[in-house]
Design a protein around this ligand. Sequence first.
Ligand SMILES: [Zn+2]
Length: 428
Amino acid sequence: MTEHTADYVEGMVADRRRLHRRPEEGWLEFETTYFIAERLRSLGFEVRLGTDVICPEAVMGRDPAAVEKAMERARAAGVPQDFLDETKGFTGCAGILSTGRPGPVTALRFDIDCLPIAETDDPDHEPNREHYASEVPGLSHACGHDGHTAVGLGTARWASENADRLTGTVKLLFQPAEEGVRGAAAMAASGIVDDVDWFAGAHVGCGAAPGQVGVSHEGYLATTKFDLEYFGTPCAAGSPENGHSALMCACATVMTLGSLPGHSKGITRVQIGRIVSGTGRNIVAGHAFLALEVRGETTEINDYMAKNVETTVKGMAAAYEVDYRLTRMGEAVTYKGDEEAVELVKDAARHAEGVTSVVDMNAKVGSEDCTMLIRRIQAHGGKCAFFYFGCRHHGHHKPDFDIQDRTTLPVGWGVFTGFIERTNGRKA
Ligand SMILES: [Zn+2]
């Protein structure tokens, strides 16, 4: 590693550890967004915030009361009021670096949110050993999005320092609320990627071993997340004819959705992960809440499953004479990369420092809302790719999830910067 590269690595490790200490959940990432925006501005990027990068009408799974509280917390942590005003209450940002020379627009996406998982107190866990564990009870970066953000900032620095060697425009998207696949749809709907010619996104870990880059041609299940509420009529259990049980309706819904027969053209999933209802043994329950999701191997299959949810819920509500509210909380589609972009990622990976192997890696399970940005870009002919850069992670979304930042981040950074060199590099 050259001294110059080592300096980038030190910077990314420091950024990642700082972000790791202050994890923020989706739509609440005000400290994180401020940290990113300040850095981008200092590097000469134009920064777009708030409704310039988030379309409020397309926002899913955002709780305004939680946002208010998060802004209060950010203020207490030193985020200036002017900046909070600029966000208009919507987190995430885009950094735009125009070289002034004609050339393509290349966008890279980095997600920034954390998970509601308490970090392990195991003294051998690296963030504990090196004193940068999460300071926030119950929250941690258990999916490595702190690493993604740090790689994004390292890439920003590289683009800024190498702008003389580039053409066109580099657009770095720092996306909120990836968990629950909530944020990308709103970012796509803002129009921020409508001029994008080349695009790459990535995830740390997953199926990739340390030093390995997994280049993805296709994959991911399309998914729709729902919150469902039933509003019945509570009454005394002794005279049930006076009420309508939201609880009974909810249970019938769970059993009906759970026994949907699937689809002959591919994988389907349905999961009712949470149900809350009732106040007491002898009271007909007036309210029920359910959190559920469906998935499909193709977007069409997922749409079929989502439609089944809608018709089932409507029918159940009628049968039990209760009202209902079904809210879409998140959405992602499947991924199909463009071979030209995938090849550029592959070539960048083969030449990146610290990469020990480059393999094809097409995730069959799981979902990723980067696909919403990709769909929007591909609709106007832009070329997109997705890749993984490996680490020893002990399992995503777990208290002991870890990335080995000193060796892992440079690999992601190497591929992203190599991708820009290949799309926007000046021909000698
Ligand atoms: Zn993730």
